[in-house]
Design a protein around this ligand. Structure first.
Ligand code: NAD
Length: 260
C-alpha cells in the first residue's frame, strides 16, 4: 500500500481520480478542524474543557441534564455559524463539479453536523449524523422550525410541550434510514472512495470504506495520523485535508481547475 508524503502523488491514483465512474468522499470532523471547529478528540476549550463530548452527546445526558446539553450545543452552534468552509471543503466541491461535468457520479457522505459542505457548494451531501442547525422535539421526533422564546432552556415544543433538542444523531441512536441506505449503496457502487478526517471508530460510518473495498473500489485515506482503516487503505495520504486535497486536485487536473 503506497503511503505517500504530501505533494507526491501516485500516477495510478491521479488517473483514477480523472477516470473513476463513481467517486465517494466520506468525511468526518477532521475536515472541519481547519475551519476552527474542534473534533471530539481535540480538547474542548474554556467553559467546556471539563466535559467529555462523548458523555454530552447522548439521550441519557439530555434526560439527566437537558439544560447542560442544550447549552453545549448552543456553544457549538455559535462556533459553526461563525466558521467558513476551508480549502478541503472547497476542493471536494470542485471535485464534485469536475466529476459531474464528465458525466460520472459523485457522492459526498458526511458524519459532520456543521453544514460546511453545502456552504462550500456540494449539491446534496448525505448527512449521516443530522445537522446541528436544525432542531427537533425530543418526544415526537419531528423537526421544529419555530417556537416561542419564553426564556426556557431548552425551549419547549409548540405542539406537545416536550423539550426541544438538536437534530443530530447521539451516541447509541439510530441513523436516519434513508441516509444510511443511500450511503451503503454508494459504497457498494463506487470505484474510488476517500475517507477524509475521520478516526474510523464511529459505526456504522466506519464500515463504509470496508464495504467499498469488498465491492472492488480503491480506498484513499487522508488524515494526519494513523487510524484503524490505514492498513486496509490502498493509498494513505498523511497530512491535513485542507492542504492534501487541494494539492491532489492540482496534481490530477492542473489548469482545468481554473476553468471550473
Ligand atoms: P473524530 O473526532 O473521532 O476524529 C477526527 C479525525 O480527524 C481524527 O482521526 C484526526 O486525526 C483527524 N483530523 C484532525 N485534523 C485533521 C485535518 N486537519 N485534516 C484531516 N484529518 C484531521 O471525528 P469523527 O470520526 O468524525 O467522529 C466523531 C463524531 O463527532 C462524528 O460522528 C460527528 O458527528 C461528530 N462531530 C462533528 C463535528 C462537525 O460537524 N464538525 C465536530 C466534532 C464532532
Amino acid at each position: 500500500m503506497p503511503r505517500m508524503e504530501r505533494g507526491t502523488y501516485d500516477q495510478d491514483l491521479l488517473a483514477l481520480l480523472r477516470n473513476a465512474r463513481h467517486i465517494v468522499a466520506l468525511t468526518g470532523a477532521g475536515i472541519s478542524a481547519e475551519s476552527g471547529i474542534p473534533t471530539f478528540r481535540q480538547a474542548q476549550t474554556g467553559l467546556w474543557a471539563q466535559y467529555n463530548p462523548n458523555e454530552l452527546a447522548t439521550a441519557q445526558a439530555f434526560r439527566q441534564n437537558p439544560r447542560l446539553v442544550w447549552e453545549w450545543y448552543s456553544w457549538r452552534r455559535q462556533i459553526v455559524s461563525q466558521a467558513e468552509p476551508n480549502p478541503g471543503h472547497i476542493a471536494l466541491a470542485k471535485l464534485e463539479e469536475l466529476t459531474l461535468s464528465r458525466e460520472a457520479s459523485f457522492t459526498l457522505i458526511t458524519q459532520n453536523v456543521d453544514g460546511l459542505h453545502q456552504r462550500a457548494g456540494n449539491r446534496s451531501p448525505i448527512e449521516l449524523h443530522g445537522n446541528i442547525l436544525r432542531t427537533k422535539c425530543f418526544d415526537e421526533n419531528t423537526i421544529i422550525e419555530f417556537w416561542q422564546d419564553a426564556g426556557d432552556i431548552p425551549p419547549h415544543c409548540p405542539h406537545c410541550g416536550g423539550l426541544l433538542r438538536p437534530d443530530v444523531v447521539w451516541f447509541g441512536e439510530e441513523l436516519p434510514h434513508e441516509a444510511l441506505r443511500s450511503a451503503w449503496e454508494a459504497a457498494e457502487t463506487c470505484d474510488l472512495l476517500f475517507s477524509v478526517g475521520t478516526s474510523s471508530l464511529v459505526e456504522p460510518a466506519a464500515s463504509l470504506p470496508y464495504v467499498a473495498i469488498q465491492f472492488g473500489a480503491q480506498v484513499v485515506e487522508i488524515n494526519p495520523i494513523e487510524t484503524l482503516l490505514s492498513p486496509s487503505a490502498n493509498y494513505v495520504l498523511r497530512g491535513p485535508s485542507g492542504i492534501v486535497l487541494p494539492e491532489l486536485l492540482l496534481a490530477a487536473f492542473g489548469r482545468q481547475l481554473d476553468e471550473t
